[in-house]
Design a protein around this ligand. Structure first.
Ligand code: EPS
Length: 416
């Protein structure tokens, strides 16, 4: 669904590396590995992560599209090595005839016990293989490291227009922050400040949760699940600050900003639901309770830093910054629900795909809870969708051209 800022990732979980090609980044955007590695590190954190994260220290090498710290307008290629590859180089060797039992650290046996909830069974049937490894290596959420790298490039682009993408965890295993939809006066400056302070707290929380009471409950729930060999899911919220009025369009289904955001978010492994703003809760209330009423501030009271913004404003943001498929100038708010990870230490019932006899599902190693990581991945998915819509509207080949287009539009908005 992304038209102007397209990207593809490749790589298996225990293969040599993950790669990502991002096409459509305008020229003359300052970009370095540092801009990307910070988000890669944030994605690796979180209470409930498994042993793999002790092996990896993700770093993005820029292979193309950047020269002397500035993008060229050509495709940007990023590469993230899998350090764990050295333990799997035999099992995952791309060349024929090198599968020797002696040299392999890992077992070369085929994986034949599909995990309920994973891509294993449907993937094996569809891709005609009786070794589930051929499926699980790519369906693994390891791929999200490449997506976060792409998202970091989108974020860097958006930051040039004072657009910021932040997130926090709202719920893990049924343990929720209170109130569940914090500061709903999210449109005014105080609302934005509140959101930034939530984000700051989330950044230092082991579960990315800004509410200390809920954080404690989440950690203890994860510890219990860990002891039981079980896993947990949850809900995270991504917020985009500084989005101008008019990204997306009401004129066609696939131009709607909410459709792009939902598709981008649902593209993340294990995401089962997406809400914009009040989302499902909106459906339970009267229209008079949930619409964000419109006000107009006099020129005099206009805040200096908002000189180029519209004088129309709202006191609430139940719509999550999107009306009629278009951004309305309020912060864009997207929530997503992640299911519990399907790889269980205490495995569930399954069937051997060769003998067809009952067996317990396969278990090698896994995370107990990856909702904090998913929250960072959600930022990337959101940033990519917003940057794509931004480029659809203001697109140019160079940053100078995009900035010129944006400036002209802001003038139009402020004079409306
Ligand atoms: C994953 C299984 C685990 C996770 C992995 C996702 O990997 P492994 O099988 O090597 O222990 O750690 O996540 C990552 C490697 C990562 O970078 O997030 C799965 O089956 O989805």
């Amino acid at each position: 669904m992304l038209e102007k800022l397209r990207y593809l990732t490749s790589g298996e979980s225990h293969g040599q590396a993950l790669t990502c090609i991002i096409d459509g980044v305008p020229s003359n955007l300052s970009l370095s590995s540092k801009d990307i590695d910070n988000d890669l590190a944030r994605r690796q954190k979180g209470h409930g992560r498994g042993g793999r994260m002790k092996i990896e220290t993700d770093h993005a090498q820029i292979l193309s599209g950047v020269r002397h710290g500035k993008t060229l307008g050509s495709p940007v290629t990023l590469l993230i090595e899998n350090k764990d590859w050295q333990n799997w180089c035999d099992v995952m060797n791309p060349e024929l005839g090198v599968r020797s039992q002696e040299s392999g650290v890992r077992s070369l046996e085929s994986v034949t016990h599909p995990r309920p909830g994973h891509a294993d069974l449907a993937g094996a049937m569809k891709y005609s293989t009786h070794d589930i490894r051929n499926i699980l290596e790519r369906s693994s959420a390891r791929e999200t490291a490449a997506r976060v790298a792409a998202g970091a490039v989108a974020k860097k682009f958006l930051s040039e227009f004072n657009i910021q993408v932040i997130s926090y965890v709202a719920e893990i295993g049924g343990m929720r922050i209170t109130p569940l939809n914090p500061p709903l006066a999210r449109g005014d400056l105080r609302g934005a400040k509140n959101l930034l302070s939530l984000f700051k707290k989330a950044e230092v929380s082991p579960v990315r949760c800004p509410d200390e009471g809920a954080e404690k409950k989440m950690i203890s729930k994860i510890n219990i699940a860990m002891k039981k060999g079980d896993t947990l899911g949850g809900v995270f919220e991504v917020i985009v600050l500084g989005v101008p009025v008019g990204l997306g369009s009401h004129t066609q289904w696939d131009k709607r900003l909410n459709a792009k955001l939902a598709s981008s978010m649902m593209g993340i492994q294990a995401i089962k639901g997406v809400e914009i703003g009040l989302g499902f809760e909106m459906s339970r209330r009267h229209g008079s309770e949930v619409m964000d009423e419109i006000y107009y501030r006099s020129q005099k009271s206009k805040v200096k830093s908002q000189k180029s913004m519209s004088l129309f404003y709202r006191k609430t943001n139940n719509a999550g910054g999107i009306e009629g498929g278009m951004s309305n100038g309020m912060p864009v708010i997207v929530r997503a629900a992640m299911k519990p990870i399907p790889t269980l230490k205490t495995p569930l019932a399954s069937v051997d795909i060769i003998s067809k006899k009952p067996f317990k599902a396969a278990y090698e190693r896994s995370d107990v809870c990856a909702v904090p990581a998913a929250s960072v991945i959600g930022e990337a998915a959101t940033a990519l969708a917003i940057a794509d819509s931004f480029l659809s509207k203001f697109g140019g080949d160079s940053m100078e051209e995009v900035k010129r287009n944006y400036k002209g539009y802001l003038k139009q908005i402020s004079e409306f």
